[in-house]
Every structure is written in structure tokens, then in C-alpha cells.
Design a protein. Structure first.
Length: 251
């Protein structure tokens, strides 16, 4: 029996199939296609499913999952034992909450600092007592390039491909923009991590999101590099844990 989980983000939708805690299938879709979801339900013996979405426009997909699987409604009230002190649960992003759940389930009794480098960059801490007080939300890399072009009269919109791991020297205007944005955001991420290590040098740092590989490359020589790990499927793992937890609670 398998679980199917969907994380619908600002840019892409990530779809994964788990057998217990083992990821057996993953794909990223620019547009979520109900026909593709039906194909996955046919291919795998899916018993449980859930969706994390930043929008409310997936009624057809959810209806399909409800009809063919044991669908779990995921919300910020889904809680496998975390002391959640966030004061506005209605505005807490479901992807952020799924990451916190993954941290609590995979690293019980440990402090985990999560960085999601996607459209936005989010920073969230779950402490050793499984307490969550919130975190920080910052501009993602592409959003920073767009802001420079949008709010100035003459600066161009500079394209950047996240498979490019190097930060160029600012030898012309385009490269100066690249250097400013990329070096600045790298300093930001390293600074957030350093702040956590000042408080607790045993904290585990997980980096996820589409630009995670860039930051892993920038952090490879820092003093805490051995405590930073890339977790590309952190949100999806958290969603899978929600299904497993709800199943145990009801049986």
C-alpha cells in the first residue's frame, strides 16, 4: 500500500508516492494535471493521500483523491505532538508546517533549523522540546532580481539559472547585479545559521527548496558545514507523516 502526497507551491507542484517512509516516486509539474494524478493512482496501490497548497484552486484533484483514496485534510491543526505557539494559524503556510512535522517525526528530541529556499526563503526552528514559535520569511533569489529591475529606472532584469553554483565578479552591470544578489543572499543564509549556532551548537540544519543546492555549495567551507544537510523532499516527507499519524490515531 502506498501514500500519494502533493505539495502545490507558487512555482511548481511536487508529487510523491511513499511506501511506508520510503520514497518510491517523485515528479515536479509546472501545472498540476488531474489526468496525471489518475495515472499515478492506477500505477500504484494508493491507500492514503493529502495535499498542501498555497491556493484553493485544486477542487477537482482533491475530489478525485477523496473518491479513490483515504484522503486526509491537511491543515495547521494537523498536529502529531508539537507545541505550536504561532499566533495566526490561519496564515501559517502549510508547506512550513509540513516541514516542522517532518523535523519532529524524523529528529525527535533534537533542535532542527529549517531553511526552504524557494520562491521565498523561509527560516523555521523546532526546538528540543518540540516547540515551534515561528520563524522568518524573506525574498527568494529570483524575487530579488525582479525587485531590482521593478523598483529602478535603468537596471535590467538579470536571468539566473540555479544550476550555476558560482558567484561572478561584478565586472559589468549584469554581473554586478548577480554578485550583489547572490552574495547578499548567501550572507543572509549563513548569518541566520550562525545565529542559531550561537544559541545551540548542536542544532541540526536542513535546507530544502529549489535553490537549496546553490546554498549547500556556498556553505561547504563554513565552520558548521558538517551539521548542514540537504533535504530535497522535506515537505513531502512531512505530508506523508501526517497520513501515517492520522491512520494510527483512527485505528
Amino acid at each position: 500500500m502506498h501514500n500519494l502526497v502533493i505539495d502545490i507551491g507558487n512555482t511548481n507542484s511536487k508529487v510523491a508516492v511513499f511506501r511506508s517512509r520510503t520514497l518510491v516516486h517523485f515528479e515536479s509539474l509546472a501545472k498540476l494535471d488531474i489526468r496525471r494524478i489518475a495515472e499515478l493512482l492506477d500505477t500504484f496501490e494508493v491507500s492514503g493521500s493529502t495535499v498542501s497548497s498555497v491556493s484553493d484552486e485544486q477542487a477537482a484533484v482533491i475530489a478525485l483523491l477523496k473518491a479513490r483514496t483515504r484522503y486526509i485534510e491537511f491543515s495547521t491543526r494537523s498536529n502529531p505532538g508539537i507545541k505550536n505557539h504561532y499566533t495566526t494559524l490561519s496564515t501559517l503556510g502549510l508547506d512550513r508546517w509540513a516541514k516542522v512535522i517532518a523535523a519532529q517525526r524524523f529528529f525527535p528530541g533534537e533542535a532542527v533549523f529549517m531553511i526552504d529556499a524557494g520562491t521565498c526563503i523561509t527560516y523555521d526552528l523546532l526546538n528540543e522540546q518540540a516547540e515551534y514559535f515561528g520563524g522568518s520569511i524573506s525574498l527568494g533569489i529570483k524575487m530579488r532580481f525582479q525587485a531590482l529591475q521593478h523598483f529602478t529606472g535603468r537596471l535590467p532584469l538579470v536571468e539566473w539559472k540555479n544550476e550555476n553554483m558560482t558567484i561572478p565578479e561584478g565586472s559589468d552591470t549584469n554581473k554586478a547585479i548577480q554578485r550583489g544578489v547572490l552574495q547578499g543572499v548567501a550572507y543572509e543564509v549563513e548569518g541566520f545559521i550562525a545565529q542559531q549556532f550561537q544559541k545551540d551548537n548542536k542544532v541540526k540544519v536542513l535546507i530544502t527548496g529549489g535553490d537549496a543546492a546553490f546554498f549547500m555549495n556556498q556553505l561547504k567551507d563554513c565552520k558548521f558545514a558538517d551539521q548542514v544537510q540537504h533535504e530535497p523532499y522535506l515537505v513531502l516527507k512531512g505530508l506523508n507523516e501526517v497520513i501515517a499519524f492520522e491512520y494510527v490515531q483512527k485505528n
